[in-house]
Design a protein around this ligand. Structure first.
Ligand code: SF4
Ligand code: SF4
Length: 240
């Protein structure tokens, strides 16, 4: 029977460049990206979110879904990740959440399961033993979990709306996608509209929002909750 791990369980694992399987796991794989993954990766590469999405993402819309699934695009010629080098991942410090979790997959309720085996991932044959919570911490996953929390809340909210829609409105789809995944385009959108005149955001906060991708992303989340779910996450200024 498949073993389900919780955070206090132990796991044997040690990934190393000396293993014959080194970087084998960075090819022919579906890596779903969250908005925070895109922010980290595009900044590591020094490119805009638009460039990143254009060059490195596959955007998959499904019928009656308001937000597409965003996948990391593998290279055409060999189906390997575009960021792999002989020495490993060239954006290792900013690799996406799914790469941090490998060889595990996260299930609901802080439970986990292995998504590969000792034949493929030789690191699982190691004698090095970790408490799962400690290993996850060393992978920098907690910061990603924190940033992804709001995004998953939006996905849950969208599921509720999607139950009742007959046809998806492309304008809503585009707006949602831009505000979550295309943060540099969203910045220009906020800058070119009357956002900060319509909503009560003090000047200091508005400056922070415009200067920081993270603050802008949090603002996008608040805006979506306000606009789509009717939550009091933003306050409108009174009309004079
Ligand atoms: S297959 Fe496992 S041990 Fe090998 S490089 Fe990938 S994570 Fe490391
Ligand atoms: S982002 Fe880095 S760790 Fe993830 S698949 Fe690509 S090369 Fe491997």
């Amino acid at each position: 029977m498949e073993k389900i791990f919780n955070l206090s369980d132990k796991i044997r694992f040690d990934c190393s460049p000396d293993l014959p399987c080194f970087t084998k796991c960075c090819g022919d794989v579906n890596i779903v990206l969250t908005p925070y993954d895109v922010i980290r990766m595009k900044n590591a590469l020094g490119i805009s979110s638009e460039d990143f999405l254009e060059r490195y993402a596959i955007i998959l819309y499904k019928e009656k879904k308001l937000l597409p699934m965003v996948l990391l695009k593998m290279r055409e010629e060999d189906k390997r990740c575009p960021f792999i080098t002989e020495d490993g991942c060239r954006i290792y410090a900013d690799r996406p959440w799914a790469c941090r979790m490998f060889p595990l997959e996260s299930l609901r309720g802080k439970r986990y399961r292995l998504i590969t085996n000792e034949e493929f991932c030789l690191g699982l044959k190691s004698d090095r033993e970790w408490k799962l919570s400690h290993w996850i911490m060393t992978q920098g996953v907690n910061e990603y979990d924190y940033m992804n929390e709001d995004f998953f809340e939006i996905l849950d909210g969208l599921k509720e709306i999607e139950k009742d829609i007959q046809d998806t409105n492309p304008k809503i789809q585009d707006m949602l996608f831009m505000s979550l995944y295309n943060i540099d385009k969203f910045r220009r959108f906020v800058n070119s509209t009357t956002f900060f005149q319509r909503f009560k955001v003090d000047r200091h906060k508005a400056k922070k929002i415009m200067e920081s991708d993270i603050e802008l992303f949090k603002f996008a989340i608040d805006w979506i909750k306000f606009w789509l779910f009717g939550k009091p996450t933003l306050k409108l200024r009174s009309k004079r």
